[in-house]
Design a protein around this ligand. Structure first.
Ligand code: CP
Ligand code: NVA
Length: 298
């Protein structure tokens, strides 16, 4: 594996397999086996944006692996007062054994990785959310027994951190990825490249056909609040509701990275239906991130 996890592009198919095998083992053995690879190690968790799942799963994950998590509010760090990202990286490398960061700019996270001697894990930027998609793929592996050959349809902002990371995932594993989005928010062609297993579909009902997984995310990502009114209007036809699930078929399961806004990107009825596996998906954040930290932080 490379030193950092900045996007899923840092991983190859072998790395993915290693992460999933370890994550499933850690999930099975949780609370039973004494596995403390982070004993004596400290991991900084820098957050510039809100979080429930990411913060808690990383803090608990570090603790369960025997390490010490340090929550760092980016707004209270000197980097917010003009200290450079590079200097911050150099200093943190003298204290910590790993850094997890959630912030706005992907470029900042890449710079942190470049100047830090310790592993840097991206816990969400405006552009990518690799840890989330690792948990999603693990969930698919558990439910379908494989990822290859499954069909996943993502509804909403085709240029969001979630959509972008799903596209990266579809470059690594051969599943069918359909992005159901309005033209204005269709996926970035530069990111899609010429991958035959990724396509954009404007019609939300046609997109759903035979999907194994229907995936959605908020219409207004963190940092895009001023676009709320326009986004609510343009994404309205892409709500995941009964019509979409029926168009997909009985086999279809609902994925959502959460937090969900019932009545916006997903109807309350679908969110709370038996097809919804969103809490299994959320749980897998913990297991997959424990695996990633075990493999990266040595
Ligand atoms: N899915 C996710 O990253 O959730 P949080 O924003 O609560 O961390
Ligand atoms: N796209 C969402 C994901 C939240 C986990 C956001 O960036 O706010």
């Amino acid at each position: 594996m490379k030193k950092d996890l900045l996007t899923l592009g840092d991983l190859n198919a072998g790395d993915l397999q290693e992460i999933f095998e370890l994550a499933l083992k850690l999930k099975r053995e949780r609370g039973q086996v004494d596995f403390k690879p982070l004993r004596g190690k400290s991991v900084g968790l820098i957050f510039a944006k809100s979080s429930t799942r990411t913060r808690v799963s990383f803090e608990v994950g570090v603790a369960e692996l025997g390490g010490t998590p340090l929550y760092l509010d980016q707004g209270r760090m000197q980097v917010g007062r003009g200290e450079t990202v590079a200097d911050t990286a150099r200093v943190l490398s003298r204290y910590l054994h790993g850094v997890v960061i959630r912030t706005y700019s992907q470029a900042d996270v890449e710079e942190l990785g470049r100047f830090a001697d310790i592993p840097v894990i991206n816990a969400l930027t405006d552009e990518f959310h690799p840890c989330q998609i690792l948990a999603d793929l693990l969930t698919i592996l558990e439910y379908s027994g494989k990822i290859e050959g499954t069909k996943l349809v993502f509804y909403g902002d085709g240029r969001s951190n979630i959509a972008n990371s799903l596209i990266k995932a579809a470059h690594l594993v051969d599943f069918e990825l359909v992005i159901a989005a309005p033209a204005e928010f269709s996926p970035d062609p530069a990111l899609v490249g010429n991958a035959a297993n990724i396509r954009w579909e404007e019609d939300p009902i046609r997109a759903a056909k035979d999907a194994d997984y229907i995936y959605t995310d908020v219409w207004v990502s963190m940092g895009f609040e001023e676009e709320r009114a326009r986004r609510l209007k343009v994404f309205a036809p892409y709500q995941v509701n009964r019509a979409v699930m029926q168009a997909a078929g009985k086999q279809a399961k609902l994925l959502h990275c959460l937090p969900a806004h019932r009545g916006e990107e997903v109807s309350a009825e679908v969110m709370d239906s038996p097809a919804s596996i969103v809490f299994d998906e959320a749980e897998n954040r913990l297991h997959v991130q424990k695996a990633v930290m075990t493999l990266l932080i040595r």
